[in-house]
Design a protein around this ligand. Structure first.
Ligand SMILES: [Cu+2]
Length: 295
């Protein structure tokens, strides 16, 4: 039956069949706007550049298709001999140059906005380790480690995987909404990258350097935002997720007070050394849950 269908119709029938499944339900092609002013700026910049590219595509392909059809050999046209024309070469160098300059203006504005960490109200130091994260709240004097919490059975395909498979941790980094939060990002051993798409934050964690980045979560957007290490950092690179819990200011203050009671100081060097020994950097990838004892 299908062999009798005109060939041209087949792709359309295939798309029609797909449109009647729920295959598209979770499918999103574009970037999301995120929940912070810088993620919104990045989204806006992305859309601006996308539409510039679409306009260029339409103009170039229209001219090409017009030329192919209108000036085809079959219609009696002969190829014009204008190659090595200085005028044409200058025009097709100058036009892209101007387009690039025009696109660089909003791009530079967004980059400057992203790097302006001045007047932050909360400062959190983020340290990447093989293969977990450490968070220190500079002004509050509290700190903790954050490890992957996906059950071992799921990692070993012995039980069904939960929706947050490899994107869940034992202790999320808690932040307040509506406040400018500055992250000081560094690495302990190798280069990692702290990446939370919804916050518009992605910064390399380089040993020996402190990189700065900031976010400000919209006041009406408390919730859980997930991310991952975005720099290939070793065998368990995929096992060091990030979970950010954004709370209202009152809830955040309560949380800080609780943390201060629980742990009077940041993780000490000796404590950290002990954890590092318990979690040697080069063990087997399946051994991810052989991690340090947590309090
Ligand atoms: Cu990493």
């Amino acid at each position: 039956m299908s062999s009798r269908l005109p060939r041209l119709l087949r792709p359309f029938l295939f798309l029609l069949a797909l449109s009647h499944t729920n295959a598209w339900a979770d499918y999103a092609l574009n970037m999301t706007k995120g929940v912070s002013p810088i993620s919104a700026s990045a989204h806006h910049l992305h859309m601006t550049i996308l539409w510039v590219c679409v306009a260029i595509g339409i103009v170039v392909y229209s001219l090409m298709i017009y030329a192919l059809i209108r000036h085809r050999k079959a219609a009696g046209h002969k190829a014009a001999a204008f190659h090595e024309s200085t005028t044409v070469e200058i025009i097709w160098t100058i036009i892209p140059f101007i387009i690039l300059i025009v696109m660089a203006v909003p791009a530079t504005k967004t980059l400057i906005e992203m790097s302006d960490t001045a007047d932050a109200q909360v400062t959190i130091k983020v340290t990447g380790h093989r293969w977990y994260w450490q968070y220190d709240y500079i002004d509050e004097g509290i700190g903790f480690f954050s490890y992957l919490s996906t059950p071992e059975d799921e990692l070993n395909n012995l039980s069904p995987k939960n929706p947050n498979y490899l994107l869940e941790v034992d202790k999320p980094v808690v932040v307040p909404v509506g406040k400018k939060i500055r992250f000081l990002v560094t690495g302990k051993d190798v280069i990692h990258s702290w990446w939370v798409p919804a916050l518009g934050v992605k910064k390399d964690a380089v040993p020996g350097f402190i990189n700065e980045v900031w976010t400000l979560i919209d006041t009406d957007k408390p919730g859980i935002y997930r991310g991952q290490c975005a720099e290939l950092c070793g065998v368990k690179h995929g096992y060091m997720p990030i979970v950010v819990e954004a709370k209202s200011e009152a809830d955040y203050n309560t949380w800080v007070a609780e943390q201060k009671k629980e742990q009077p100081a940041s993780p000490s060097a000796s404590n950290e050394e002990e954890k590092f020994v318990l979690m040697p950097p080069c063990d087997d990838a399946n051994d991810v849950l052989n991690k340090p004892v947590q309090s």
